[in-house]
Design a protein around this ligand. Structure first.
Ligand code: GAP
Length: 454
């Protein structure tokens, strides 16, 4: 897919406040607070008409790049609920915990790993300076129950990370498809965590969606594939953002690494929240398949068809968040720029055209001229079969352009009096506001070339 044009930023380029994105999302139907009429639920959101389009485009683009374009990668879709032993084997029952402290004075609650070091040493609240209570440990797994008869119900969990299904289905995939190592299994799916400090809108939620690649390799090729996927995923994100200087790698320090990991990197993006993880590239070695072999009693080793060598494959994981991508792309794309005509500032979402929720808006210049309206409606009907198209005849043309800019629509097509004479329409491009005339018959191909990934 073509890359988003770089939008040079300097250290002075302001970061977009999260509140602006929250307001835009609510106003234009991208994201709503869940159960709002009951006062809402912290850390859980619903996606509105434009949000669901953007989300689907983000997911589809990941799937296309990761599964469709690779002969040695296949996809699965596992269930949210699994056998409870899965979470013992994965280490989540024992280790998936946050250590928290409460302030005796202001009653605020903090994750110890988010506190500045001096506050931990001095046992002092970062907000009010009050004394902190003894730390307490909370498990993040969300419990649920299977069965209807009280006393016979089985306690289990909503999955705390989506990737576990991939290990559970590893042997089934090997036996049912023709994959051979090195190969990958991809999945996009919901995960649930009882985050004790959810916040910053979609950034840290209790119900969210992850995308994972688990790439299975021979141990001798681990380093080569780890480096390969690290670079590949970085390039992928780079292609989607305007502010190219706001993306970097952060290597995990020795104290952050899981005991089986030789190295781990986060792809981080800088927003008003500072540098924050967007996706993790993890060296999982043989930890997952070995643990599930041990806990289930099933042999999850792999036999090389050529050499007959039998071994537990090692795994490179690339694990990112659909919701974090959604939020970061909005923060990256949002811009308010002065109006060249001196009126209100223009709000524009410079989203990659292939990800934009609406691809084209079809606008008759005037709504009281029947011929303009009929022609515009016909064009809209044709385009609608190929891409998300919106017909709009309410308000003057300038306001209609603004409405589309604000939701990131890359092209507006205006039907005017010249259209009736020569069958050409004006196509206005969102970022530079340039206009060209295109013949109606060539319009679908003109737009498709610009709004699809290929
Ligand atoms: N299987 C590895 C794993 O789950 P993780 O770093 O905990 O690793 C992977 O999660 C990605 O999922 C993160 O990089 C982030 O994009 C997303 N993510 C994690 N917790 C999240 C939360 N509470 N809300 C939204 N996204 C989250």
């Amino acid at each position: 897919m073509t890359q988003v044009e770089s939008k040079p930023t300097t250290n002075d380029t302001p970061f977009v406040p999260i509140e602006k994105i929250v307001a835009l999302c609510k106003r234009r139907g991208f994201v709503y607070p869940n159960s709002e009429i009951y006062g809402g639920v912290s850390g859980i959101y619903d996606f509105g008409p434009l949000g669901v389009e953007l989300r689907n485009n983000i997911r589809r683009y990941w799937w296309w790049s990761m599964v469709q374009l690779h002969d040695n990668i296949v996809g699965i879709e596992g269930a949210i609920i699994t056998h409870p032993r899965v979470w013992e084997a994965s280490g989540h029952v024992e280790n998936f915990v946050d250590r928290l402290v409460d302030c005796k004075n202001c009653k605020r609650r903090f994750r110890i790993d988010h506190l500045p070091e001096e506050n931990v040493i001095q046992n002092k609240c970062p907000e009010c300076g009050g004394e902190l209570m003894e730390p307490r440990t909370f498990n993040l797994l969300m419990e649920t129950y299977l069965g209807v008869v009280e006393g016979e119900r089985m306690q289990t969990y909503l999955r705390g990370e989506a990737c576990q299904n991939i290990y559970l289905d590893f042997d089934n995939v090997v036996k049912s498809s023709r994959v051979q190592i090195p190969f990958g299994i991809c999945q996009i799916g919901k995960a649930f965590r009882n985050e004790v400090t959810p916040g910053n809108f979609l950034f840290r939620q209790r119900e969210f969606e992850q995308w994972d690649l688990q790439f299975f390799v021979h141990p001798s090729e681990m380093l080569q594939w780890f480096d390969y996927w690290k670079e590949k995923r970085f390039e992928w994100y780079m292609g989607l953002i305007n502010h190219k200087d706001r993306l970097h790698f952060r290597e995990h320090g020795p104290d952050e690494l899981a005991h089986y990991a030789k190295q781990a990197f986060d792809i981080e993006y800088k927003t008003i929240l500072g540098w924050q993880e967007w996706e993790g590239i993890h060296w999982r070695q043989d930890w997952d398949l070995s643990r599930h072999s041990e806990y289930s009693g099933q042999d999850l080793s792999y036999t090389d068809q050529n050499t007959k060598e039998r071994y537990i494959p090692w795994i490179v994981e690339t694990s990112g968040g659909v919701d974090r991508t959604f939020l970061n792309l909005l923060l990256d794309a949002y811009e308010e720029e002065p109006d060249p005509t001196g009126k209100e500032p223009r709000t524009v979402l410079r989203l990659h055209p292939a990800l934009a929720p609406v691809k084209v808006a079809v606008l008759p210049l005037q709504k009281n001229k029947e011929e303009l309206v009929t022609t515009a409606r016909n064009i809209h009907k044709k385009l609608q079969r190929l891409m998300v198209s919106q017909y709009d005849d309410v308000a003057n043309i300038g306001r209609r352009y603004r409405r589309q800019d604000e939701i990131g629509t890359p092209y507006c097509v205006t039907i005017d009096f010249q259209t009736l004479e020569d069958r050409t329409v004006t196509v206005r491009e969102r970022d530079h506001m340039t206009q060209v005339r295109v013949n109606i018959d060539e319009l679908p191909a003109y737009l498709l070339e610009r709004v699809t990934w290929q």
